[in-house]
Design a protein around this ligand. Structure first.
Ligand SMILES: [Zn+2]
Length: 318
């Protein structure tokens, strides 16, 4: 659970709830004032409430009991009159967005589904993801050709990789391996798989941050120059799942890029956090670009699934 997001939502809920109650009270008092008969009864009841309070202060129990029964009798009259005039309690009750929880966000101490939904939406907004509609549910293997790849074919191979990703997302954060390195040329479905994993993990209410390697290094460089904006950097270390898309696309400044990248990979590894990388580069190119230190982290088989998509560009299929 992200405390900041939840607190902001709970403030929003409280304001919403208070506004609904205030509206209902205004509606009720407008109604009463507009109806002479009703107004008289309610006015008389208010008098009784005062008298009851006074009797209570004086410790006059018999008087208190007498007034209580009078208040109840008037209450019945008011209800009967309202019914006669087609004013039903529902009509003057507060109108909450969610009837189930009355806009409190909780039912018997459990998060109401309306709050869960809002929470997920807030997570998505923070994750930097747009809703692409891409998910494991919309994955369609029929569009993948059966181009032969060794003993298998592109469709079978892609489905196999999809299944590893799906299992990873569904069991998150209790995954067998913490990280995924998704390799493959553009147009083989890498983005689709990344978005599907992100969506599933978000739906299970974990924080996801999706960024391109380009954007990440750019922001790290900026926060390095401007120390005041350090919280911009913070998110790369705190998201439950960090997705670094398109590794290799970032500006390469000798030593600097590698150091920034290494600090993130290292810190996340040390904290047992999950990271998903995608790249168009092959393993040799990765090693060449980032050097042995990062390469060995990225390709550590104990902690990382290395999945390579292969075959024909899907964008030219139709
Ligand atoms: Zn609710």
């Amino acid at each position: 659970m992200n405390r900041d997001i939840l607190n902001a939502l709970l403030v929003e809920y409280r304001l919403k709830r208070e506004a609904a109650i205030k509206d209902a009270e205004k509606m009720r008092s407008d109604l009463i004032v507009s109806d002479d008969e009703l107004f008289k009864l309610c006015d008389a009841q208010t008098e009784l409430f005062f008298a009851h309070g006074f009797a209570q202060l004086n410790g006059n129990a018999p008087e208190q009991a007498r007034l209580e029964s009078e208040i109840d009798a008037l209450e019945n009259k008011i209800n009967a009159l309202q019914k006669e005039k087609n004013i039903y309690p529902d009509a003057i009750a507060p109108h909450f967005d969610c009837d189930a929880c009355g806009d409190t966000g909780y039912i018997n101490g459990q998060m109401c589904s309306c709050l869960k939904q809002k929470y997920i939406e807030a997570l998505i907004e923070r994750s930097g993801m747009k809703d692409t509609g891409e998910s494991f549910e919309t994955f369609n293997e029929q569009i993948i050709p059966k181009t032969p790849i060794g003993k298998t074919n592109q469709r079978q191979h892609t489905v196999k990789i999809k299944n590893v990703c799906k299992k990873y997302a569904e069991s998150f954060p209790n995954t067998e391996k913490r990280n995924i390195l998704l390799i493959g040329k553009t147009g083989l479905g890498k983005s689709f798989l990344l978005n599907s994993v992100a969506k599933e993990v978000l739906n299970n209410r974990y924080t996801v941050l999706k960024t391109t390697a380009y954007n990440m290094v750019d922001r790290l460089l900026a926060s390095f120059k401007n120390q005041a904006k350090t919280n911009d950097k913070e998110q790369f270390f705190t998201a439950d799942l960090l997705i670094i898309d398109d590794l290799g696309s970032e500006p390469f400044i000798k030593n600097v890029t590698v150091e920034h990248l290494f600090s993130i990979i290292n810190e996340r590894t040390a904290n047992n956090m999950h990271t998903l990388y995608s790249t168009n580069l092959g393993l040799n190119e990765l090693q060449e670009r980032y050097g042995d230190r990062i390469f060995s982290r990225l390709t550590d088989q104990k902690s990382t699934y290395i999945l390579e998509l292969r075959g024909q560009d899907l964008r030219h299929q139709a």
